[in-house]
Design a protein around this ligand. Structure first.
Ligand SMILES: [Zn+2]
Length: 443
């Protein structure tokens, strides 16, 4: 499942714009095209557990991207369509970003005057077109694929809110399913010549931190959100009351932030793959975990990075990471890869496309299954990331198929002979990856 659209800590109410103050008032005939000035945003804020960025790293991107390439990337991927002013200034020959650092408040990246084929620079991943010629070797030879099984699973599944059981003695856990899927997928990709690394290979966290280590940032987060005297534990609490406890916030910082930061560090500094496949299983709201509800819906979608909201961009680390991805041209490789994987997975699973109705996702490219979202996992991994969300785990038939784990052939599920959902997932991803590299790498 992807993280929810709304932040779990209620944010302070934003200042009202004139049109909000007078509801129903028609726009004046000479309404200004320029949006009204927003209240001065604090541009030095960091995302939870975020680190101050080194803005000088953007200097290596001087004159590597034209203004038109920058604007196209912003429009097609990174902007969320909001009319609010962005914390940077577009000049004819460069972009000036507000850093949030009082010592050096601005970083300027100049544009290239004409489009040139980009050099690899300091990036560690390779485009398909940069792979060595195949010369008759297996089709994924030289391609380094990292597989990131989403969540932790095992004994952490309940804390992660990724544990689903409709009857005593049976359960599925997203983090356990993704690990099984990753292990089967790794073998298939290796058989085709790929070099494969698992970002997580057991039902344990990658981060060394635990919720007890994150009590103080959790408390700070609640204070900043306007809850300076929160309850410590969530025993017997539900709904918003549960979210507003130090325990819930420190657990979330552990499994959703610290864990992903640790994986990103592993991906960016040790594994250095050409692409990361983030494996997830989706779900529809199932209500109370002790009495979950089935959903009649079943669907899939694939995410690339993008769709940054103005509020997210007020955080200096988020702003830096977006610029880093944009100028690295990661989106140029990420989108066609995601489209190919979405295609393979659509054919293998037969699932319809999920349709986002929230403003945190943007339809990108030409494939109805592919959306852009700004998730921590696809933002801070500094290489193309294909983030998969097939299946609704609480769709009844899918749940029963998933209870059976991975198997080959067909078995009787809900009165019909059916294939393994995990096997179909794997086959779809393999076909998508294979189609992509076969089409784009030198022979
Ligand atoms: Zn997930």
């Amino acid at each position: 499942m992807p993280p929810p659209a709304t932040p779990p800590v209620p944010a302070p109410a934003p200042a009202l714009t004139p049109s909000q103050i007078t509801p129903g008032a028609p726009p004046a005939a000479a309404a200004p095209v320029v949006p009204p000035p927003a209240p001065a945003a604090r541009l030095d804020r960091l995302s939870p557990l975020g680190t101050k960025p080194d803005w000088s790293k953007l200097q290596s991107f001087h004159q590597t991207l034209t203004r038109s390439e920058f604007e196209t990337a912003m429009r097609n991927f990174y902007a969320d369509g909001s009319p609010l002013p962005a914390p940077w200034k577009l000049e004819p020959d460069g972009v000036v970003v507000k850093t949030g650092d009082p010592v050096r408040p601005e970083a300027r990246i100049s544009f290239a005057s004409r489009s040139e084929s980009p050099l690899p620079g300091s990036r560690t991943w390779r485009r398909a077109s940069e792979m060595p010629p195949l010369k008759g070797r297996p089709p994924l030879s030289d391609v380094h694929i990292a597989i990131d099984p989403g969540h932790i699973g095992g004994s952490y599944a309940t804390m992660e809110e990724r544990y689903l059981s409709f009857a005593p003695g049976e359960a599925i856990q997203e983090g356990t399913l993704t690990l099984t899927t990753a292990q089967v997928l790794a073998e298939r990709l290796k058989a085709l010549g790929a070099y494969v690394s698992l970002v997580r290979d057991r039902l344990e966290p990658v981060t060394d931190l635990r919720p007890a280590d994150l009590v103080s940032p959790a408390r700070q987060l609640l204070t900043e959100a306007g809850f300076p005297l929160p309850q410590e534990n969530y025993n017997n609490l539900t709904g918003d009351a549960k979210l507003l406890t130090v325990q819930w916030q420190s657990e979330k910082l552990f499994y959703r932030v610290s864990e992903i930061q640790a994986r990103a560090k592993k991906v960016n500094t040790t594994i250095k793959p050409d692409v990361v496949l983030c494996l997830h299983y989706n779900a529809e709201a199932w209500g109370d975990a002790t009495a979950p509800q089935f959903s009649p819906m079943n669907h899939m979608h694939v995410l690339v990075n993008g769709c940054y909201s103005p509020v997210e961009l007020e955080q200096q680390d988020v702003r830096f990471e977006m610029f880093y991805r944009l100028f690295s041209r990661i989106h140029e490789e990420e989108l066609p890869l995601a489209e190919s994987v979405a295609n393979g997975t659509r054919v293998a699973t037969g699932l319809p496309a999920y349709v986002y109705t929230t403003p945190n996702a943007l339809r990108v490219g030409t494939n109805a299954y592919v959306y852009a979202r700004n998730l921590l996992a696809n933002r801070i991994y500094q290489c193309p990331v294909v983030y998969l969300e097939p299946y609704v785990m609480n769709h009844e038939e899918t749940y029963r198929r998933l209870l059976l784990g991975h198997y080959l052939g067909r078995t009787l599920v809900a009165g019909r002979l059916q294939t393994s959902a995990i096997e179909d997932y794997v086959r779809g991803v393999v076909n998508g990856i294979l189609a992509y590299y076969q089409k784009r790498r030198p022979l």
